[in-house]
Design a protein. Structure first.
Length: 299
């Protein structure tokens, strides 16, 4: 069954007694067929924890993360939130994620009350095919096999991430389809409308959803430049750090529909790669910008 429930399950936080900071929550990482948990779980859970600590109406506008250690799949993490600043226009929160007594994740998040200014939005690309004309990951992988892809990873890429993802020019699961140009676009949409999450408004849930889904494909433009599909034997990747800027929250229902995730490779070398991305609505509004550096090793 195709469902977005994996995301809303990841966002369920349970308040607990803090050990190091001002307030704390526990959460559980979701299943995936890799040795360690998906990094987007940590970003989204820490973002949700930070948002739950801001009660004066301010909106998240940026978050900056470091992945310090791999996190275990299906295991509890404790997110401790430090109230660093509450000003009239901006507030700042520090979040640390702990597992098995060690710090596995750290982030800073900033919140704003907004204000009047001029506006500018990055240009929406012309000539891209719409999502309905493209194969889903499930359709693309249905009759394919090869490399290190297992039945479990095939099922995960197809249906297990909570979102339908459709690539332009084509996916990089088994081969780099569409050539090695350092850019791509991915249409993303939850498999079904996002469910309510206790402790979060719908707007906050939708911001956390963007933080969650952005990590799945942000390094793919770098993999394209290096001709490294995900199923390449000997390929090892890991998120190192991550930044995200939210230019405006999704409107009600907007995060339940198709969003365009436009991505570029910024650099590759020394076992690392930098990817950048921008989220757009179909009516050409720029929602958010992402930058992430990851470890990329290929034997």
């Amino acid at each position: 069954m195709t469902t977005s429930a994996i995301l809303t399950a990841a966002l369920r936080l349970t308040p607990c007694e803090p050990e190091h900071a001002d307030l704390a929550f526990t959460a559980t990482t979701q299943d995936c067929p890799w040795p360690k948990a998906y990094g987007g779980d940590l970003v989204a859970q820490a973002t949700a924890a930070a948002m739950r600590s801001v009660n004066d109406g301010k909106t998240l506008h940026s978050t900056h993360s470091y992945f310090l250690r791999p996190a275990d799949i299906g295991a509890e993490l404790r997110y401790e939130v430090e109230v660093l600043r509450d000003g009239r226009g901006y507030s700042t929160r520090g979040v640390r994620g702990y597992q098995h007594g060690k710090t596995v994740y750290a982030s800073l998040s900033n919140f704003t009350s907004g204000g009047e200014s001029g506006t500018y939005e990055a240009a929406f690309p012309a000539g891209l095919p719409g999502p309905e004309t493209l194969p889903s990951s499930a359709d693309y992988l249905a009759d394919r096999k090869g490399g290190t892809m297992t039945d479990e990873s095939k099922a995960y890429w197809s249906l297990g991430r909570g979102f339908d993802m459709r690539h332009v020019p084509g996916p990089v699961y088994l081969e780099v389809e569409g050539g090695s140009a350092p850019h791509q676009a991915v249409w993303v949409k939850p498999f079904d409308p996002l469910r309510p999450v206790d402790g979060l408004t719908d707007e906050q849930r939708d911001l956390a959803a963007l933080a969650y889904v952005c990590d799945y494909t942000i390094l793919e433009p770098v993999l394209r430049t290096l001709d490294l599909p995900w199923a390449r034997p000997g390929l090892v990747t890991a998120s190192l750090d991550h930044s995200m800027w939210f230019h405006r929250p999704p409107r009600p229902g907007e995060a339940d529909g198709w969003l365009l995730y436009l991505q570029e490779a910024g650099a590759a070398g020394a076992g690392r790669g930098l990817g950048t991305g921008r989220f757009f609505t179909p009516d050409r509004h720029h929602l958010a910008t992402v930058a992430q550096e990851g470890m990329i090793r290929a034997s």
